[in-house]
Design a protein around this ligand. Structure first.
Ligand code: P61
Length: 458
């Protein structure tokens, strides 16, 4: 099996070094067994996230030089508006410093205290920005998404029966909009189908409910629609994207993923009221409505990256590189979430470390063990990420207790994938020697970023 051929050549490189075993052992202790707290220079291959870690193209770098840093009315704001219109089909947008800035503006405008926000699986920052104005996020993803072994091709789909049950239980007055994520991150990078989006739109029209997308990984989702859904085999990615977005009333978007940049975000909509209200609030929290926390040069890089990131040849390589890593692991019987997702390979920590109980944080334990073995940095996506129940204060143990090996875009070679796979396969062979962790520090918000752990002896 060969890795996919890269549709680019490398013009600039950055040195990375392999820390020796002693340095790795010290580094992970100092980091409190939390890979977010490692120094990047102690990492050999950084698979913490695909967010803000992309390599920009020469065309994007050239765009930086055309940055118009005027306080108001920067030309790059208008370039980005054109790109959003062309690629996503929204007429209006509000720039923000990154995705969570857009979530803040969108959800603090739409969510009122006591309201329910149905969503196809939570995402950490999205859930928090629904909770801060007094709302509650409720999961309406299909059951298949909670089963790592289930190979259903559209595990990001919304279960309309679950949505109906919420309406029946709480009444329409409690629900203002349905929140739909593309290529659902916490489910393993799993797509939603066009058919499901279409059915959801019809359902929401009947009840006069708005639909707001988290379109952060919409280009990778569009690739899966083309690859897997009947009737889309030869449809250009941009046409697929525009059809997807046409089923929404607006979206929030972190540009740090599919738009191939290191920073940036926006919300976009065709709804005049959403636009006017969020555009008014952007000046309070982010910056003027024609830059919203981004420099002019950043907006130019996003405008170019949004178009590049929607090219079929690029997306094919991208998704296949992730698949390559996943298949190397799968062949060696390392337990992973299936089907292999768009931006990452997810290890099933409950199967990898069956001897470690949930309250000893198996996924967190596995991220630390992978680092110690290989200097590869991964991310916990299980109970530490999920946090505590808002009402009872108890830890919630989600069905998925995962470790995310997230592939930055256009950054690592297929040899890096092979090194990663071999290291994890070696670790898997000696998994019984790995002991669990206890949490010794827990901050109030988004605890996974800063919490600290100590090792429990076997
Ligand atoms: C990530 F550990 N994702 O996946 P911002 N929506 C979605 C995201 O994936 C997302 C945001 C909104 C990150 C960064 C990150 O728990 C974590 O531009 C589907 O990062 O503000 C971000 O966009 C927010 C990592 C965020 C985390 C939260 O790695």
């Amino acid at each position: 099996m060969n890795g996919p051929v890269e549709p680019f050549k490398i013009k600039m490189v950055e040195r990375v070094g392999m820390p020796d075993e002693q340095r790795r052992n010290n580094a992970i202790i100092e980091a409190g067994y939390n890979t977010f707290l490692l120094k990047s220079e102690d990492v050999f291959i950084d698979l913490l996230t695909d967010s803000g870690t992309s390599a920009m193209s020469d065309y994007q770098w050239a765009g930086l030089m055309t940055g118009d840093e005027a306080y108001a009315g920067s030309r790059n704001f208008y370039h980005l508006r054109e790109a959003i219109r062309d690629v996503l089909g929204y007429t209006s947008y509000v720039p923000c410093h990154q995705g969570r800035g857009a979530e803040h503006l969108m959800y603090s405008y739409l969510v009122k205290p006591g309201q329910i926000v149905p969503r196809n699986m939570y995402f950490t920052t999205s859930k928090l920005h629904v909770e801060l104005p007094g709302g509650r996020m409720v999961d309406i993803i299909i059951d298949e998404a909670h089963d790592p072994e289930n190979e259903y091709l559209f595990k990001g789909n919304v279960d309309l029966k679950k949505l109906q049950a919420l309406i029946d239980e709480f009444g329409l007055g409690k629900i203002v909009f349905v929140n739909v994520e593309m290529n659902v991150n916490m489910a393993g990078g799993q797509p939603i189908s066009m058919q499901n989006l279409r059915e959801l739109r019809k359902f929401c029209n009947d009840y006069k409910l708005k639909i707001i997308f988290d379109a952060t990984r919409s280009s990778e989702n569009a690739f899966f629609i083309r690859d897997r859904e009947k009737g889309y085999e030869n449809v250009p990615i941009i046409e697929i994207l525009r059809e997807m977005m046409s089923y929404s009333d607006g979206c929030i978007y972190s540009c740090k993923k599919d738009a191939l940049v290191n920073i940036g975000g926006f919300l976009a909509t065709n709804d005049k009221e959403i636009f006017e209200n969020t555009r008014n609030m952007v000046v309070v929290y982010e910056g003027l409505h024609t830059y919203g926390g981004m420099a002019g040069r950043d907006m130019e890089a996003v405008a170019r990256g949004l178009r590049e990131g929607a090219q079929y040849e690029y997306l094919k390589y991208r998704v296949n590189q992730v698949r390559y890593l996943g298949e190397l692991l799968n062949k060696a019987d390392v337990p992973i979430v299936k089907p292999i997702g768009g931006h990452a390979v997810f290890l099933n920590a409950l199967k990898f470390l069956p001897h470690i109980s949930r309250n000893q944080w198996p996924a967190q334990t596995l991220t630390a063990a992978i680092y110690e073995e290989s200097a590869v940095r991964s991310m916990e996506r299980g109970a530490v990420s999920k946090g505590r129940d808002k009402e009872t204060g108890q830890n919630i143990y989600p069905a998925l207790e995962l470790v995310r090996l997230t592939i930055p875009r256009r950054v690592y070679t297929n040899t890096h994938m092979e090194y990663t796979a071999n290291s994890i396969i070696n670790l898997f062979k000696k998994k019984d020697t790995i002991s669990g962790l206890k949490m010794v520090y827990e901050p109030k918000y988004l605890r996974f970023f800063q919490s600290r752990f100590e090792k429990i002896s076997l």
